[in-house]
Design a protein around this ligand. Structure first.
Ligand code: FES
Ligand SMILES: [Fe+2]
Length: 323
């Protein structure tokens, strides 16, 4: 006869997600990638989603970027289907026009402009991408590489991963999987550093168990050393210090289904030369097989004491301002 207590050892779904962490119903404040700079030329608009929210991202005729909640505060048309007029966005339905601050500035047929407003979001361009901040005023910035070198910036196409963004962004903090999944032999204890309210960092050192991967990554004589830092719940910064110095920015935007739309940015030294192959090899060692596992994750909130860094990440995420 089955043990009833065992069968019910996992609490029902409503109790497993009381917090913001990995909860598709609760958004947390962050910068989110809402497009590539070259996708929004002057005088154009496009619609993007961040979780259940729809944003109209437009560039004024003068070249300034703006991000507004896409729901028109009149009858709810999608402002992303509208058109840019000067520095204003015109709704496609009744042609009300909204300024960069979201206030209605003009409504055809009205003697007085209706006091209606759609939400506006802080927006910036960085690394060839358009970023919008959801969750009030920005309390941190999008990270970038040190400016001691000319960096070659690569932005591969976005991908969708079928689990919550917090699980994608926290992947590098999950030190134990580097041995189990990625076949890394650790050459030192991972170091954890927690900097509330936004940052959790682990630094680790190790080399592939496979001898050909050691050859490929240049780690036969010295280990690979890297740090993974989460900034809020939707950005992660990877700094590989050895055998080749380079950086990777991971971003995860929630889809309306609660999955993750990722945009990764690589920063490689322009002088990399033959070391490029080592950098690519190191990324392979650190990332291969993650996609398959992350796509299949069905998180139930069951972290253990061994998941120290992930727990620290969960705690910080739960304390972030909510959307
Ligand atoms: S729905 Fe936008 S102006 Fe009417
Ligand atoms: Fe991984």
């Amino acid at each position: 006869m089955p043990n009833d207590r065992l069968l019910h050892s996992t609490p029902p779904a409503t109790d497993t997600h009381p917090s913001a962490f990995a909860n598709p119903d609760v958004g947390t404040a962050s910068w989110f990638v809402v497009g590539r700079s070259d996708e929004v030329p002057a005088g154009t608009v496009q619609t993007t989603t961040v979780g259940p929210r729809r944003l109209a991202v437009y560039r004024t005729d003068g070249g300034d970027l703006c991000a507004l909640d896409a729901r028109c505060p009149h009858l709810g048309a999608d402002l992303g289907q509208g058109r840019v007029e000067g520095d204003q966005l015109q709704c496609p339905f009744h042609h009300w026009q909204f300024g960069p601050d979201g206030w209605c500035r003009h409504a055809p047929g009205h003697d007085e402009t209706p006091e209606r407003r759609t939400r506006s979001y802080p927006v910036q361009e960085k690394h060839g991408l358009v970023w919008a901040y959801l969750g009030g005023s920005p309390t941190f910035d999008v990270p970038g590489p040190p400016n001691d070198t000319q960096w070659w910036t690569l932005r591969p196409p976005q991908q969708t991963i079928e689990c919550h963004p917090h699980l994608v962004i926290g992947n590098g903090l999950d030190t134990r999987h580097f041995t189990a999944l990625h076949g890394m032999e650790m050459t030192g204890e991972p170091e954890l550093s927690v900097e509330p309210p936004h940052r959790v960092q682990v630094t680790l050192q190790g080399r592939p168990e496979s001898s050909w991967l050691r050859w490929l990554t240049g780690t036969r004589d010295r280990p690979l050393r890297a740090s993974f830092t989460t900034i809020g719940g939707h950005l992660a910064w990877t700094a590989v210090e050895q055998p080749v110095r380079f950086y990777v920015l991971f971003t995860g935007r929630p889809t309306p289904e609660g999955h993750t739309r990722t945009q990764v940015v690589f920063f490689l030294p322009r002088t990399l030369g033959p070391d490029l192959i080592r950098a690519v090899g190191s990324m392979y060692v650190l990332l291969h097989d993650d996609r398959r596992i992350l796509d299949g994750l069905d998180f139930t909130g069951s972290l253990t004491d061994q998941d120290r860094s992930l727990r620290a990440f969960e705690t910080l995420v739960n304390d972030l301002p909510r959307l």
